[in-house]
Design a protein around this ligand. Structure first.
Ligand SMILES: [Ca+2]
Ligand SMILES: [Ca+2]
Ligand SMILES: [Ca+2]
Length: 238
């Protein structure tokens, strides 16, 4: 897991951005790097990104359905473009999460968030669709993609799609077709699902979420800052 360090210090517990709507959907929108995430630059919360570049899904409190495998760099791998060090129209030099057509053959990736580990459920969560290869209906290298999110009571928060993706007609890692799907929910997102109805040979990347609960180290830092300010004021008062 590669941490998105730029957001670690952005901790403000105000939910003002969420107050205008209890739930919303984001995308599908083009995505070549984390800079294309609508969540990464929000001025509050803790943003976490899983780009699979260490070969693992090891984002805290996050799991995926059995059978999903991380694809290593190869001619057929379709990572988010920037993960191989250059936004150049291709993601073959990065890692992605693959549906394992010859093994588990997944028609969906289901990401589950553990509120106990995270200290609360994400209020924003997203995933990037990057490629499809062989299909069971229609034309190869294209198919309908649907994303859904659910709350802690397993109620549907929202649905995006189905939308036909795969416009490049190849499996050679090209990235112009890659699309971000995301959700927000003020009471939390417990599960994020992305699925294809005509393929078990496809890839996703850049699983991401934002939580409003500070980490213990951050709490310590905040408490330390508040304490320091109180001491400073007392000394100044004398
Ligand atoms: Ca690239
Ligand atoms: Ca990647
Ligand atoms: Ca692609």
């Amino acid at each position: 897991m590669k941490r998105f360090l730029g957001s670690v210090t952005l901790i403000a517990l105000s939910g003002w951005m969420l107050s205008s709507a209890h739930a919303a959907t984001f995308g599908p929108t083009p995505y070549l790097s984390v800079n294309d995430s609508p969540f990464a630059s929000l001025p509050f919360g803790i943003f976490r990104l899983e780009n699979f570049e260490d070969g693992l899904l090891n984002l805290p409190g996050t799991s995926v359905n059995a059978g999903a495998i991380v694809a290593n760099p190869s001619g057929a791998t379709d990572s988010v473009d920037s993960d191989d060090g250059a936004i150049d129209g291709f993601g073959q030099g990065g890692h992605s999460l693959y549906s394992n057509n010859s093994g588990a053959a997944l028609a969906n990736f289901t990401f589950t968030f553990d509120a106990g580990v995270l200290g609360g459920l994400p209020v924003y969560a997203g995933i990037v669709w990057t490629d499809v290869g062989f299909v069971t209906s229609g034309n190869n290298f294209a198919g309908p993609v649907t994303a859904e999110a659910f709350d802690s009571a397993n109620l549907l928060i929202g649905t995006i799609g189905p939308i036909l993706l795969g416009g490049d007609g190849t499996v050679n890692g090209s990235t112009a077709e890659d699309r971000f799907f995301g959700f927000s929910n003020v009471s939390g997102i417990s599960r994020l699902v992305i699925s294809m109805s005509n393929s078990t040979d496809w890839e996703v990347d850049h699983l991401q979420y934002l939580i409003l609960v500070p980490e213990p180290a951050s709490v310590t830092l905040m408490v330390g800052m508040v304490f320091g300010a109180v001491v400073w004021r007392r000394r100044r008062a004398r």
